[in-house]
Design a protein. Sequence first.
Length: 459
Amino acid sequence: MQLAIIGTGYVGLVTGTCFAETGNNVTCIDIDEKKIENLRQGKSPIYEPGLDVLLERNIKEKRLQFTTSLIDGIQGAKAIFLALPTPPGKDGSADLQYVLDVAASLSKIITKYTVIVNKSTVPVGTAEKVHEVLAAHLNTSLFDVVSNPEFLREGVAVEDFLKPDRVVIGTSSDKAKKVMDELYQPYLRQGNPIHFMDERSSEMTKYAANSYLAMRISFMNEMANLCEKTGANVDWVRIGMGGDSRIGKRFLFPGIGYGGSCFPKDVKALAFTALEMDYDFQLVNTVMQVNDRQKLVLGHKIQNYFGSNLSGYTFAIWGLAFKPETDDIRDAPALELIGQLTAAGAKLRVFDPEAMGNVKQLMGDSIYYAEDQYDAVNGASALIVVTEWSEFRNPNFDRVFEAMKHPAIFDGRNVYSLEKMQGCSFYYESIGRKIVHDHIHDTLAMPHDTIVRERGVMD
Ligand SMILES: NC(=O)c1ccc[n+]([C@@H]2O[C@H](COP(=O)([O-])OP(=O)(O)OC[C@H]3O[C@@H](n4cnc5c(N)ncnc54)[C@H](O)[C@@H]3O)[C@@H](O)[C@H]2O)c1
């Protein structure tokens, strides 16, 4: 099938590439000329595991094209996917300007029946709005508007797209339903379902799913904070709870708050929809409040340890991306923490395997960008683990200890087991678990070589 994807970001590029992979002819369109130029040369603008290989193959086999021209890009397309940004407006509502502007442009250039598919995350009623905009210049027999929310997770986006748990399609048109069914069947060979429903329910499903997942995270963060006060270990609690098949194991990990380009904005947008409908959605409002508070938890732990004035201290941060296996830093908790620590006077040495470029673009040279994770800890008074990249899971702790000025680790993702940390010589504080080697706090004023000798970690 001939397809056009408008918006070639995290969702659009993965969608276009994966549709090409099953034999469709896909043109990805974007207004960012540099991005399109790089993509034409097979260079992905994002880090997404597995994407490069598919990109290269489908470009080579001429099933995947890139253009900045809307009119050229949609030529012959049976379906046009909108994978455009829907950022939060000032009031928290999803900003539909990108979606509606593109719909207006399409209304003037579509010449034959086309299915317009909304893959962006959009509030209930958007399919109707897009329909209205298109109908201003286009005969309604020439198009249908379909809602097709995307559930892929960055970091495993290709796998999620190729093997979705389910596909949700909102449409009241049989003609559009047939097109969508044909397109998605190759990805559902294991028997996972397509749920056809009305447009409004489909749009709401995406917000319900993301807000529910965010709620699980906020619940566990609250639980972790209470565990700290009661002496329980949140890891055991999580495992004990998650083993209940009614609850399930996923999205129960406590940490320093959810981030990324979706959860914060989607929860906010759902709260706004509720407000518009004059409904007080208390749970969703609380999820946001809990998350805002949780993002500050690690910074507060560090200030409790070193004092509120952090000038004179240098800290290492491992992990900047909002989660592992992505370079995405949109609403990443690391950014909030960096702001909190630098505002208190701290100097920072940061490292992330993929997200350094994006952070540098945002923050310039106000922090030190380390060569690798060990360079980051050089001379640091504490190591702060913010993103649970695999390479941080089993570091050479002796090397870390040797390089640091003071042996303290603040772990925002509970990457290390308490048993392991008992065997090392660090003060270790994590989320919802007891502190290990609390007495090391008292050695803060001691010269590092004294600490090293006393602990016998080095010769
Ligand atoms: N990132 C995710 O994990 C994810 C998952 C599911 C759903 N979504 C939703 O998908 C949508 C897109 O998200 P994303 O993360 O891919 O965003 P993104 O910012 O990575 O990509 C959007 C792209 O659209 C382009 N663009 C903007 N205006 C354009 C125009 N007029 N014509 C052509 N291109 C234009 C931008 O240059 C950019 O490349 C959002 O609504 C988001 O909520 C995202």
